[in-house]
Each structure stands twice: as structure tokens, then as C-alpha cells.
Design a binder for this molecule. Structure first.
Ligand code: NAI
Ligand code: MG
Length: 326
């Protein structure tokens, strides 16, 4: 099994090194191949997603990514984040799964990842007006909605579809498509919720949700909220899946320039993403489970500063490794 590792920038590179170390400890025939991506790739080649990197990703069984983003490139014309947006589209990973778990909370955000506001037409008019557009085709909505219903079947069988149908036409169509296919999943309970209300409910009563099905931008924001109420960004991993191309597995967090280089990044989000890769990308559910349990136990024994503890990245990594060797 070949895994392309894209460390990227800031703590992305730090937690990627941890993931490489831990994955090599597992009893699997894994070939890890590292490639340039993000700001690191811009510095060397001028392109955040160089052609060799894209070719390697296409040929891989899975792509494991750290994070991208460099403060000095935040306002540049070519930005690290462009590489990320392009890679998602190139691999057509339309379903982004973001689990959030804590006491009494076990929810999964199923976010459409390759359409909507982040991919619509954008531009500047002569009078200085700047615009981004949100566009969806019905078939784009249908495939993510079907994915959401299917995933819900393996969970508590409740889908909450989140939109802004009182204002947006894209949301009205979203709701129509979801309603139209819902009868194909009679065993799954469906309700609809407006996104602003959903934000509040996530903070006040996150335990009421099972699967949150939503479009790209709403899902981006709501999954950070869900991460926030279940322990923070240092814990949140994600899986981005297409139909038969390799998936992309990455933490929800970014490159965290405020703590980069200090050796205190929490590698749990990255290791949980690696576990999602073992489960959804490489069909190794037993090793995924073992890794998740090792991470949970290590977090209890050696929490990093974002969790109120004092452990460094390498101390938490050491705790994960000793759990795995037990
Ligand atoms: P961020 O996720 O990098 O950081 C937000 C806050 O959470 C910071 O205080 C950071 O220290 C903390 N944090 C995040 N991950 C952590 C971890 N593993 N352990 C401990 N603390 C952690 O988001 P921010 O600051 O908004 O963005 C920084 C850069 O990252 C920007 O250039 C942004 O564009 C980029 N970014 C990249 C993403 C990606 O590669 N998928 C996603 C989000 C942001
Ligand atoms: Mg985000």
C-alpha cells in the first residue's frame, strides 16, 4: 500500500513527522512517500501543488496531509491554500467526514467539499466590488446526500440536513434534492435545520446530533464549532473521500504559526486522521481501532498545552508508541 505524505507548513510538518513515525510502527506493508506541498512547495518551485506531487497523489492508495499556510504568503497571489483547494478538486474528494466526540457527544459532519462558494466564479468589477459565487448542480448535492444517508445507516440513523433555505436558492435546491432521495433510506430519520440555528444548537446541545449533512462553507464553519465543543482543533481529524480515487486524510486544523517550531503541537488530530485513513482508505479497520485507542490513552496520560496539560509533541508521541507496543 502506497501512502503519499504531504507535510506542508508550520505544525503540519511537525505532526506529519509524528504520523510517519507511528505508522512505521504498525504491522502493515506501508510505503510512505513524502512530497512537496503548500508554502514549502511555493518556496522551492513557485507552485503549491507541483505536477510531480499531483502525479504521486493520483498514483497512491491514500494521501495523508499535514496542513498548509505561511503568514508571509497570506496576501500573495499564489497561496499555499490554493494547492489544497486544487488537490481536492483534482481527486474529486467530494465527501469530507469530520467526526467530533466527547462525553455524551458523537456526531459526524458530512461536508460537501468540491463545490459551492469555494469553487464558484469570483472576480472584481471596475467599481471595486468583489464577488464570490455559491453554485451547486443537483447531481453534486445528490451524491453527497446519498453518502450522508449511507453513513448514517452505520451510526444512529439520524441525518440533519443544514442549509439556509429561507434565503438562498442553492439551499432551496439542496433541500429539494435531499427530500427527493430520502425515501430511498426509509430506515434513516431526516430533519432540516437552518445553519444559524445549527451553530447555536451545536454549542448548547451537541449531543442531539448524529450526522450533519451540509454544503462546503457551512460545513467548514460548523465542523470547527463541533471541534471546539469537543476538545479543540488539536483533536479533530478528517477524511475526504471520492468514489474510487485515493482519499485525502488531514487534521481539521491549519499550520498554527503561533505555536510552530515550539514542539508543543498536539499530534492527535493528525494521528486520528491517519486512523481514518487506515479505516476508510486502506481497509485496515483493526489497526485503525488500535491506533485510536492508543491515542485516547496517550492523551489521558500526556496531554499537550492546548488541552491544559504540559506534555510536548514528542512526549505525547512517546506515550502513543508505548501504548501501541503494549
Ligand atoms: P489554525 O488551525 O492553524 O490555528 C488556530 C488555533 O488553534 C491556533 O491558536 C493554534 O495554535 C491552535 N491549534 C491548531 N492546531 C493545533 C494543534 N494540533 N495543537 C495545538 N494547538 C493547535 O488556524 P489559523 O490560525 O486560522 O490559520 C493558520 C494558517 O493555517 C493560515 O495560513 C490558514 O490559511 C491555514 N489553514 C490551513 C488549513 C489546512 O491546511 N487544511 C486549515 C485551516 C487553516
Ligand atoms: Mg477550516
Amino acid at each position: 500500500m502506497k501512502v503519499v505524505l504531504l507535510p506542508g507548513d508550520g505544525i503540519g510538518a511537525e505532526v506529519s513527522a509524528v504520523a510517519a513515525h507511528v505508522l512505521r510502527e504498525l504491522p502493515l506493508q506501508l510505503e510512505l512517500e513524502e512530497h512537496l506541498f503548500g508554502g514549502a512547495a511555493i518556496r522551492e518551485t513557485g507552485d503549491p501543488l507541483p505536477p510531480e506531487t499531483l502525479a504521486a497523489c493520483r498514483a497512491a492508495d491514500a494521501v495523508l496531509m499535514g496542513a498548509v499556510g505561511l503568514p508571509e504568503l497570506d496576501r500573495a497571489d499564489v497561496r499555499p491554500e490554493h494547492g489544497l483547494i486544487r488537490l481536492r478538486r483534482e481527486l474529486d474528494v467530494y465527501a469530507n467526514l469530520r467526526p467530533a466526540r466527547a462525553d455524551g457527544v458523537d456526531l459526524l459532519v458530512v461536508r460537501e467539499l468540491v463545490g459551492g462558494l469555494y469553487y464558484g466564479q469570483r472576480g472584481t468589477r471596475p467599481d471595486g466590488t468583489v464577488f464570490d459565487t455559491m453554485e451547486y448542480r443537483p447531481d453534486q448535492v445528490e451524491r453527497i446526500a446519498r453518502r450522508g444517508f449511507e453513513i448514517a445507516r452505520g451510526r444512529r440513523a439520524q441525518v440533519t440536513s443544514v442549509d439556509k433555505a429561507n434565503i438562498l436558492d442553492t439551499s432551496r435546491m439542496w433541500r429539494e434534492v435531499v427530500e427527493r432521495i430520502a425515501p430511498d433510506y426509509p430506515d434513516v430519520e431526516l430533519d432540516h435545520m437552518l445553519v444559524d440555528n445549527c451553530g447555536m444548537q451545536l454549542v448548547q446541545a451537541p449531543g442531539r446530533f448524529d450526522v450533519l449533512l451540509t454544503e462546503n462553507t457551512f460545513g467548514d464553519i460548523l465542523s470547527d464549532v463541533a471541534a471546539g465543543v469537543t476538545g479543540g482543533l488539536g483533536l479533530a481529524g478528517s477524511a475526504s473521500l471520492g468514489t474510487d480515487r485515493p482519499g485525502i486524510f488531514e487534521p481539521v486544523h491549519g499550520s498554527a504559526p503561533d505555536i510552530a517550531g515550539k514542539g508543543i503541537a498536539n499530534p492527535a488530530a493528525m494521528l486520528r486522521s491517519a486512523a481514518l485513513m487506515l479505516r476508510h482508505g486502506l481497509d485496515e479497520p483493526a489497526e485503525a481501532e488500535r491506533l485510536e485507542q492508543a491515542v485516547d490513552a496517550a492523551l489521558a496520560a500526556a496531554p499537550t498545552p492546548d488541552l491544559g496539560g504540559g506534555a510536548t509533541t514528542s512526549e505525547l508521541t512517546g506515550a502513543v508508541l508505548s501504548e501501541l507496543r503494549r
